[in-house]
Design a protein around this ligand. Structure first.
Ligand code: HEC
Length: 358
């Protein structure tokens, strides 16, 4: 872009010689061709600020030179230095900001945070209904954060080219997601307490007689919304390889999922990846991995153990009710967006949510 800019500026400088010889006509030719050249830079996909600035300054210089022709050579030189000096300084400021952002969103490795996948996480085949819901979820996931990912990639992978292509020298209209603080920042996370969190040792609910019940759409929706919120797709960041992920924010649930008819008392994450045996994390807050990594865990209760075996056989939601409560175990499976970090195959069971509902 810089070279293209210099080329256009050179043409403009030549054209600016015309008004000296053929005053009014020359000026007209200069203005028309200057506008044409500036327009051309925009047409071919980039706005070149130094060229446009240079054109404008040349115009002013010509107006001054009409009255003081002797100043002409100095003015021509001055405006070129001015236009390029200004955009370079502007570009340098931009480079400093990029360096700061690179420090704030560095590459991190997933290797020590996530073990490589065990051989068996089944099932990979989902039931037809399950596949339909799963597919919807994949679509929602893939729509969520492309711009931020592109920004993070540009931030880390286009250092040299960026200087030449940077806003100072050329703003490409189509392809470029110029990294910006605002575009990279994620919304602040509020603490969200669970209404009645599961105690660390034996819940009184376990003694009640429970019966299995059919799953209705409302419950699927509630669980689907919870999973989508928890995986936090805007926080996935740019994945270059497992050692280099930029801008990742751990999975976290931002708000309690609910529907018109149902509300939740507690949600525990059942983790299958970070411990030798499946565990349920115990926390007063909604599940968020940055906290849960240090949180206490409890062994699964009988409902969860039996439910997990069913989830491994392609069921997605197990619901039981007692006289006063409902409990539910829902699968968290790998969609195609999870595979980069988590490995394995689409459909793999990565975890589950264990709910109690009113
Ligand atoms: C950019 C990397 C990345 C992507 C993409 C990703 N995860 Fe994760 N996931 C992690 C990391 C890292 C952890 C471990 C916790 C931590 O360090 O934040 C984790 C932990 C988890 C856990 C908890 C496991 C346990 O045993 O505690 C679940 C469940 C999970 N991920 C599900 C998913 C699902 C479902 C998707 C896709 C929709 C997904 N993840 C996409 C990086 C990722």
């Amino acid at each position: 872009m810089l070279y293209a800019g210099l080329f256009f500026s050179f043409l403009l400088t030549l054209l600016a010689l015309l008004p000296l010889r053929f005053s009014t006509v020359g000026m007209r030719i200069f203005v028309v061709s200057g506008l044409f050249l500036s327009g051309f830079t925009i047409y071919f996909g980039a706005i070149l600020p130094p060229v446009i600035l240079h054109f404008f300054l040349l115009f002013v210089a010509l107006e001054i030179a009409k009255k003081r022709p002797r100043l002409y050579p100095i003015l021509i030189l001055g405006v070129a230095v001015g236009a390029y000096g200004f955009t370079t300084l502007y570009g340098l400021g931009d480079q400093l900001e990029m360096a700061r952002l690179r420090k704030e969103y560095p590459y991190e490795s997933m290797e020590d945070r996530l073990p490589s996948p065990p051989a068996e996480r089944g099932p990979h085949e989902l039931s037809p209904d399950g596949e339909a819901r799963f597919f919807d979820q994949e679509i929602l996931l893939s729509n969520s954060s492309q711009k931020r990912i592109q920004m993070l990639e540009n931030l880390h992978e286009e250092k040299v080219e960026r200087f030449i292509n940077g806003p100072g020298f050329g703003i490409s209209r189509m392809r470029y997601a110029t990294p910006s603080r605002k575009g990279l920042e994620l919304e602040p996370v509020e603490l969200w307490q669970q209404p009645s969190p599961t105690p660390l040792t034996g819940s009184s609910l376990e003694a009640e007689p429970w019966t299995r019940r059919p799953v209705d759409d409302d419950l699927f929706k509630l669980h689907g919304a919870g999973v989508l919120d928890f995986v936090n797709p805007r926080g996935f960041g740019y994945f270059k390889d497992r050692q280099h992920v930029a801008g990742f924010q751990s999975h976290l649930m931002r708000k309690m999922p609910l529907t018109d008819t149902r509300s939740v008392d507690s949600i525990d994450l059942v983790g299958l990846l970070l411990h030798e045996k499946p565990v349920a994390y115990v926390s007063d807050e909604l599940p968020r991995m940055d906290k849960l990594r240090q949180a206490p865990t409890r062994p699964l209760n009988d409902f969860e153990t039996a439910g997990l075996a069913k989830l491994r056989k392609a069921e997605d939601l197990i619901v039981e009710s007692s006289s006063t409560k409902m409990r539910m175990l829902g699968s968290i499976r790998s969609t195609k967006q999870c595979l980069e970090c988590h490995g394995g195959q689409r459909g793999d069971l990565l975890g589950a949510f264990s709910y109690t509902l009113k």
